[in-house]
Structures are given as C-alpha cells and as structure tokens.
Design a protein around this ligand. Structure first.
Ligand SMILES: Nc1ncnc2c1ncn2[C@@H]1O[C@H](COP(=O)(O)OP(=O)(O)OP(=O)(O)O)[C@@H](O)[C@H]1O
Length: 572
C-alpha cells in the first residue's frame, strides 16, 4: 500500500521579499479571507499593497480569466461606487484609495485645462522679456511665456540648466502684468532645499533683469516671491497634530498663481492634495524634469502627465531641451541615456574624449582601487586651509562642489556608506588624522533632516574648517555668504564623500563619477537613475561599473504601474 500523498496547499503569500512586505501582504490577505473574498483575491490584494510600497498605484492589467473571476467578487467594484478593491476597464487592479486619487487628479487637471482661454503675449512684450536673446536657443522658453497666458494649468519640463527657473520668472512677470496674480504668487518645491534654491534663483534673475526692463515692468518685478521658500507640505498647511493638510476646498491657498518646482518628486497623493487646495481660478504651473527618478511615494505623476500631454501635441506643456550649463560634449551623452539608446551612448562617449569615461569596476578590489584613486584626487591639495573669513569658506565650498562621487546604492560593498568609509579612511591616513577624531578640517557632511530654525535643509553640504581662532566649525553655503556652525549644533547628518544618486537630485557638480552595482540584474538599475546621476555634471563624467550594468541601466525604463495616464488620455 502506498502512503497517501498530501499536496501542500500553496501559501497565499509567497516567502519572497522583505519581512515587512510579507507581513503587510499577509495582513491584507487575512482581511480579504475574513470578509468573504476568495484566495485569488487575497493574493492580489497582498500584491497590490506590496506594489504600492514600490511606487505602483495598481497592478498591471490582469488576464481575462482573472478579470472575469474578480468581477464576481463582492469586495471588488468598478470604481463607480465605494468598494475595497477596484478592477478598472483595462483590467488594472487597485486598492480603492489609489483608484480614487487617480480619478480625482485626472478630473481636476482636465477641469483646469478646459477652463483656460489662451492669451498669447504680444511679440514686443515677449522680446522685452528676453533682452538680447538668441531666438534659436530661447524659442521654447518664449513659447512657454506666451503659452501660459490665460491658462489655469501649465507644465514646464526640461533637464538641468535648460532655463526652467529663468522661464518661470518671465512667466510670472507676464501673468502679473495680465493681472492674474492679484491674490499673490506662491512658489514651492517638495523639499526644503529645492524650495530655497528656487527662491534664490528667482531673486538673482529678477535682480539681473531689473536693469533691462522698462519702468512699466517694475511693479511686476517687485511683486515676485523672492523671500519665502515653501515646501509643498508647508504650502498645504501640513498639521502633524491632526495628520492632515489644513488647506483644501474649504480653506484654499490664497495665491492666484502657484508654481511647484522639482515636480518629478511629487507623488500621487501630494498632487491630489495640491489640486484640492487651489482656488478654482488659480493658475498651477508644474515645473520639473520628467526624465528624473520617480518620487519616493506612489505614482509617477509628472512623467505620466508629460507623456500624455506630449502625445496629444498639447500647447499647455513646453519642453526645454538646450542646457545652458552642461558642457556641449555632455549633452549627447545625457540625451542618449534619456532615450536609452546604447549605440548613441557609446558614440557620444567616444566623441566626448576625456569629458566622459567608463571605468571597469566589477569586483570589491576594483571598488577599493577606485575609491583610493578618488581619495587621492581629493587629498592632493592637502586638508583645506582654515577659514579666517566666510569668503575663504565659500571658496573651499565651491572647490568641494567641483567633484562628487554618486552611488546607485546606499548599502553593501558598492553603496555610498561603504565608499564613504573607504575614502575617509584613506584621507585620514593621508592627512594624518587619528582614528578616534570625529571632526577634522576637510571633513564633508550632508544634512539629512530639515532644520528651519537653523536654516539648514536635508541635502545641504557642509565642510569642516578651522575658523580664525582655530576652532573647528562646519561651514554651509548661503546666499549671504558661508555660515559656520559648531559641529555639535548640527541637525542629523551623514558623511558625504559619496552620496546616493537619489540624494543628488537638484544639485550640480563640475565632475561626477557614478558607481553602478556590478550585478546587471539589480532592480535599482534604470535609465532614470543613470540620467539623474550623469546630468548632475557640468564639465565631465565617469561611470564606474561593468559594461553589462551600464547596458542594463540603459535598457530599463522604470514605468510605474497605474492608471493615471490612461485616465488623463480619456479625459483629453
Ligand atoms: N535663454 C537663455 N540665454 C542664455 N542663458 C540662459 C538662458 N536661459 C537660461 N540661461 C542661463 O542658464 C543657466 C540655467 O538656467 P536656470 O537656472 O533657469 O535653469 P534650470 O532649468 O532652472 O536649472 P536647474 O533646475 O537645473 O537649476 C543660468 O545661468 C541662466 O542664466
């Protein structure tokens, strides 16, 4: 007699993935089973919750058989009435909240787009805003300034240094002149540092333009928001006490024009909250680089919007293509990465000469070798001299921004933490700093938490130098000159000889090295990641990694699963 065979029932939630993901999936699956859902639904619900952690707002379209089964589930609806889960017409599976949020965003944007009446700007006014400009180079900027007139919604996209802020300033001036900004202008960005940079650039550019514009533009110049840098959180009146935004349909943001820079960092729920908090007659201008990394939270709203609006040939979007900052030889390199074109990338690399290099790094020994070479480059001039004056510190900080090592990963032997440790230990040897000395001249740190009181923001780079009295201070650049802090007074910070590509968003350096993990299968590799890293450079770049990882990054465009683009298309 043969022993009975017991078939193990497949577990509803797999054993793969990190513990917190499995725990989340299991909890949701249990909830579904406890509320009369099938095992298939339990599995899908768990997957949708885990996918949301990775940034997807839905599961990609399911096959027809699964769709038919799901339509019979009481917990699944089509989105028209409340239900725990939604299966949309294209077969995407959503948690209710994400489906709602996408619908709200698509509807609000469609309503804003429909409400506008184009109001082009007369040629002579346009020319006045671009004194001495070269129409060949600034044609798209002019189109944006002209195109924003009469609208309630506008998107301006472009890579680093393409003149987005320059253009925004002129858009604001003309809207001001049109009388749109009666209730004021609010400018914000998702991070404190980006918000500060935006306001600083607006201030500098408006000062420059003031001399060129006639007297009738001066009131518009005076009305520009050049003092207050707001994060989107602050603009929306985030209240930690109630865990909600104060601004909403009942109490909208007062401004008649709202500009949000670095909009690629906005996630779906933030954009929804922003759209809900605008006055109906306000103008929303979203500004950002749609080719950069996706936001930390779920959704890829700027990328989806740009894709749909460009495919429609819409006139309420303008893409700026010419970088006024990056070396001309780097522009084809960045363009090839954006397009994911391996052949064009190789050709651009070959013609860039010493402006762009690939260094083969695929073993721990090779990383150690490159880290030493990098540290030697930093150490060559010796530890920086002391700072008797803030101007000395400013010069040292400028020198610091001349080169930066960017890592795809944070953890592991190819991550920023390991590279920081390797570079720092080499510099300590070169500069003869004792192992137990934490602060020494030349140490570089990056702030990791906003501290509004001190005016220090997540992402700010600080450099340790001795002041005129020989005391160790950490210096940070600011518009009013370098500012010194006692090391013990700093908010949370990390070493910053090497930083992650994610952390480098919004910053610029002369020379950039980008370290990729050697495993071409690594999930982090994508063209958005490589583009974000390489496009930080003004002068020259080097990529550290095997050719296979580079090829994998070029080949992989991260597309987050979700239904926003389809809904935007449908609403036209
Ligand atoms: N039409 C133009 N002609 C000449 N120079 C320009 C023009 N537009 C912008 N610039 C210059 O190019 C540089 C980058 O401009 P700007 O800061 O506006 O770009 P950006 O896209 O906002 O950059 P980022 O967001 O990367 O900081 C500035 O020095 C600016 O003065």
């Amino acid at each position: 007699m043969t022993a009975p065979r017991y078939e193990a029932r497949p577990p509803i939630v797999g054993s793969e993935g990190p513990l917190h993901e499995r725990a989340l999936a299991r909890a949701l699956a249990r909830w579904v089973l406890g509320h009369g859902g099938s095992e298939q639904l339990a599995v899908l619900a768990g997957r949708a919750a885990v996918a949301e952690l990775a940034g997807d707002t839905a599961l990609a379209p399911l096959d027809q058989v699964v769709r038919a089964a799901l339509r019979r589930e009481p917990l699944v609806g089509d989105g028209s009435t409340p239900s725990s889960f939604v299966l949309d017409a294209d077969g995407r599976f959503f948690l209710w909240r994400n489906h709602q949020h996408e619908g709200d965003v698509a509807a609000a944007i469609a309503a804003r787009r429909a409400a506008g009446t184009p109001l082009p700007l007369a040629d002579e006014l346009l020319s006045a805003l671009f004194p001495g400009g070269d129409a060949g180079l600034d044609g798209a900027q002019r189109a944006a300034v002209s195109g924003v007139g009469g609208r309630r919604f506008f998107v301006l996209t472009g890579g680093p240094g393409t003149g987005k802020t320059t253009t925004v300033l002129r858009m604001l001036l003309r809207l001001q002149r049109d009388g749109v900004a009666g209730e004021g202008i609010a400018v914000a960005a998702p991070t404190g540092k980006a918000a500060q940079r935006l306001v600083q650039s607006l201030r500098q550019e408006s000062a420059r333009l003031r001399d060129h514009l006639s007297a009738d533009w001066q009131p518009a110049l005076d009305a520009l928001p050049t003092t207050e840098a707001l994060t989107v959180h602050r603009l929306l009146g985030w209240s930690p006490a109630v865990n909600a935004y104060r601004r909403g349909p009942e109490s909208p943001i007062e401004a008649g024009i709202v500009v949000v820079d670095e909009a690629s960092m906005l996630d779906l729920s933030q954009l929804r909250a922003l759209l809900r908090a605008l006055r109906e007659d306000a103008v929303l201008v979203l500004v950002g680089d749609a080719d950069q990394l996706n936001p930390v939270g779920a959704g890829s709203v700027l990328m989806d919007l740009v894709a749909v609006l460009e495919a429609q040939g819409a006139v309420d979007i303008v893409r700026l293509r010419h970088s006024f900052r990056a070396d001309a030889m780097l522009q084809p390199v960045n363009a090839a990465v954006r397009e994911g074109d391996g052949e064009a990338f190789a050709a651009a690399l070959a013609s860039a000469g010493d402006r762009a290099n690939l260094r083969t790094v695929e073993t721990a020994a090779a990383v150690a070798r490159e880290a030493r070479r990098w540290a030697d480059g930093l150490a060559e001039a010796g530890p920086p001299a002391g700072a008797d004056e803030p101007t000395d510190a400013s010069a040292a900080l400028r020198q610091l921004a001349d080169r930066q090592l960017l890592c795809a990963l944070r953890d592991g032997p190819y991550g920023a933490d390991a590279l920081n440790a390797a570079i720092e230990s080499h510099l300590r040897l070169r500069w003869q700093v004792a192992a137990d000395t934490v602060w020494y001249p030349g140490r570089v740190v990056m702030i990791t938490r906003n501290h509004y009181g001190a005016g220090l923001f997540n992402g700010d780079l600080g450099l340790c130098l001795r002041d005129g009295r020989g005391r160790l201070k950490v210096w940070f650049e600011s518009e009013a000159g370098a500012r010194a802090f006692a090391p013990g007074a700093l908010p949370a910070h990390d070493p910053a000889w090497a930083i992650t590509i994610h952390k480098s968003q919004g910053s610029e350096y002369g020379h950039v090295a980008v370290l990729l993990p050697p495993d071409p299968e690594h999930r982090i590799l994508s063209r958005q990641l490589l583009y974000t890293g390489l496009s930080r450079a003004k002068r020259s770049v080097e990529v550290w990694g095997p050719q296979a990882s580079l090829d994998a990054a070029l080949a992989r465009a991260v597309r987050r699963a979700g239904g926003l683009a389809a809904r935007l298309e449908r609403l036209g």
